[in-house]
Design a protein around this ligand. Sequence first.
Ligand SMILES: [Zn+2]
Length: 376
Amino acid sequence: MEAQIKLGRIFGIQIGLHYSWLIIAVLIALSLAAHFSMQHPDWGTGVIWGMAVITAVLFFGAIVVHELSHALVALNNDMPVKSITLFALGGVAQIEKESATAKIEFWMAIVGPITSALIGVLFLGLAFMMGWDTSVGPTTPLMAMTVWLGYINIALAVFNMIPGFPMDGGRVLRAAIWWVTEDQRKATRWASFTGQLIAFLFIIFGIIGFFQGMGIGGLWIAFIGWFLLNAARATLVQSEVSTGLEGVTVGDLMNEDCPTIESTENLRTVVHEHMLRTGRRCFVVMERDEPVGIVTPQEITQVEERKWPFTLAVEAMKPISELHVATPGMSAGEALELIGKHNVNQLPVVSGGRLVGIISRDGILRYLVTRKELKM
Ligand SMILES: [Zn+2]
C-alpha cells in the first residue's frame, strides 16, 4: 500500500497516510464526539470536539507505535523496513524481506499485540491515578479520554491476535506451525486457510447481524471479513510466488535476444512491421549500434495514431536513462516487485553499463506456471 500523504521519518522509516485513512479519521472523531457528549452533555461543544480530535490523533499515534514495534524487531534482524502506512483498517509496516527463521517471525508478529496491550494498560493506569472509579465512570475530560484510549488499545491487541493470516495472530500461528513442523510452506498454507475460515465467519456473522437489527455495525463486520478474505488469499499467492522464485535470478529468466529497431524508424513501421508481425511488445531502440531506449505499446499510445507516420522511434521511446533497470544477478522475485511497483511490464537488464536483455512479467509468470504444471 502506497502512502499518498507523507508525514516524515522515524528510525529512517517513512510514515504516511493512505487516502482511505481520512474517511476513517473523520468517522472516528465523529463517533468519539457522539460518545463523549452522550456521557457528559454538560461539557460543552468546544470541549467535546477538542477531546474527540485529540483522542483520535492519540489513537492513530498508538497504531503507529504498534507498527513501529514490528518494524524495530525486523530492523534488529537485518530486515529492511521501508514504510509504515495508516489506512482505513489500521496500519501496515512494509518489511522488505521474509523472516529467515520461525523464531524471528514469531517475535516480530507477537510484539505488536503486546505493545498495544501495554499502551492500553498504561492509559488505564493513568486513569486510575487520576482517580477513575469504574462504578462512577470518568469525571473529567482528560480522564474520559484516557479511559477510552486504554480500552481501545486493549481491544486492538485482542483483535490483532485473531489467528487469521495476515493479522498478527495469523502470523503467530504461522510461525508456531513453522517452528514445530519446520515446513514454512505448509505453515503458510495452514495459516492462510485459517485466515479465510475466520474471514468467512466474519462475513456470515456480519450479514446475519445486519438482518437481526445490528444495522451498520453488521455491515462493517462483513466488510472487515471481506477485506481479511482478500488479504489472506493475496498473502498465500505472494508467498507461493516467492517460494516458486527462490534461488532464481533475472539472468536465468531474461530474454537475451531482444528485438531491436532503428531510432529513425517511424511509429507506423514499428507497429505494423515489428509489433503486429511478431506479437512482441518490447523493442530496443538502437542508434549507431548502441541501445538508447525502449518502445512498448505504452509509449506508442502516448502519440495519436494519425501522427505515427511522422514520429520517429527515438522521439517516442523511453530513454535508457529514465528506465528502471534490473541486473542479471538480481533475484527474479525482486525484479517482479520492481515491475509491479513501477507499473510496467518489463525491465531492461543492464550489466556493466550495457543492455544485456529484457526481463518481463510474462516471462516470470510463464516460469511459475511451468513449475506448477510440473507439480514442483
Ligand atoms: Zn500488528
